[in-house]
Design a protein around this ligand. Structure first.
Ligand code: FO1
Length: 318
């Protein structure tokens, strides 16, 4: 079975662990969000690609969900001693090596997709990890600070501001001019099922869908498209998805997120058992809905979720 997954960071990566466990024989292609990418200290940092790569490759800081395990921060403190920041973004020494290799290869002319493949040769994530695009796409968030409208990089909004100010708009800068990375459209066209993990629907899955051609390819693939709600009991399971959902006028409910994707894209939607009453509203919108436990508390729970997603895909396939 060929499965395509559109993934953000922590939620997507953890879901993929469960998917690999429930479908060990499957050929899994992950289309990763690169809108969170940021240039720091002259280096290109790709948080979501790295989170997937480290999580599946056994190098992630398990507790934090991002960055390397057994990390140290000597370089960061040396940079700070020179007064060179930003200090609010925690790049560790081990992680720095990844960004140095990536930046060196990009500088030598390799596209991000080729660089990602080279990095994965070390980590062996057991999936084919593709960036959504080789082109630069950067998510910016418009905020009002001291009565003035400013656009800040997504990482500044998420990490420095902790989404504490209202997001007025979320803009994937460069998306309109971008094209899907090699292999992205082909993997969708050849897929047996497409899954949206419980990733952020605006700044993760939404950014991937903003690359011209990807949404259309999924809608036209003619295969089941099943998503899992990142909202449980009217609040995000992790992160601050509610802040960016508000910016695009979507309520933080499992049903509202399903309607946001829409029946033109989604065939099936899993909500948590806590939101079982939302199922009727989702089905009214033309999307098959099931209520199952959606908390990724451990590998067993995550594997069961992935299994439910594949079962729903078979159900809608008919
Ligand atoms: N998240 C934080 O909350 N604080 C950090 O200092 C931070 C650093 C960081 C470095 C590398 C990396 O790959 C991820 C990092 N993240 C950090 C996570 C990241 O900001 C976001 O969670 C994702 O971009 C959202 O998917």
């Amino acid at each position: 079975m060929r499965i395509v997954v559109l993934a953000g960071g922590i939620g997507g990566a953890r879901f993929l662990r469960g998917l690999k466990a429930t479908a060990p024989e499957a050929d899994i292609t992950v289309i990763g969000n690169t809108g969170d990418d940021i240039h720091l200290f002259g280096l290109k940092v790709c948080p979501d690609l790295d989170t997937v790569m480290y999580t599946l490759g056994g190098g992630i800081d398990e507790e934090q969900g991002w960055g390397r395990s057994e990390e140290t921060f000597q370089v960061k403190s040396e940079l700070a001693a020179y007064g060179v920041g930003p200090e609010w973004f925690g790049l560790g020494d081990r992680d720095f090596a990844t960004h140095i290799v990536r930046t060196q290869m990009l500088g030598a002319g390799y596209p991000l997709s080729a660089v990602t493949e080279a990095l994965c040769a070390r980590w062996q994530p057991g999936v084919r990890l593709l960036p959504m695009s080789d082109d630069r796409v950067e998510t910016h968030v418009a905020v009002d600070i001291d009565g003035e409208r400013r656009a800040v990089h997504f990482q500044e909004y998420w990490v420095r501001l902790r989404a504490s100010v209202e997001a007025q708009a979320v803009v994937p800068v460069g998306a309109e001019q971008s094209t899907p990375a090699p292999g992205v459209l082909e993997s969708i066209a050849e897929a047996d099922v497409v899954l949206f993990p419980p990733s952020n629907p605006v700044v993760s899955v939404g950014t991937i869908l903003a690359v011209p051609g990807i949404r259309e390819a999924i809608a036209e693939a003619g295969v089941p498209v099943v998503g899992l709600s990142p909202i449980v009991g009217n609040a995000p399971v992790r992160g601050m998805a509610d802040k960016v959902l508000a910016a695009v006028g979507v309520e933080s409910t499992a049903a509202a997120v399903a309607r946001h994707y829409g029946s033109g894209l989604l065939d099936g939607w899993l909500v948590d058992t806590a939101d079982a009453e939302a199922a009727a509203e989702v089905e009214e919108a033309g999307i098959r809905c099931r209520a199952v436990p959606l908390m990724m508390t451990d590998l067993d729970a995550t594997t069961a979720m992935a299994n439910e997603a594949l079962a729903l895909a078979e159900e809608v396939r008919g």
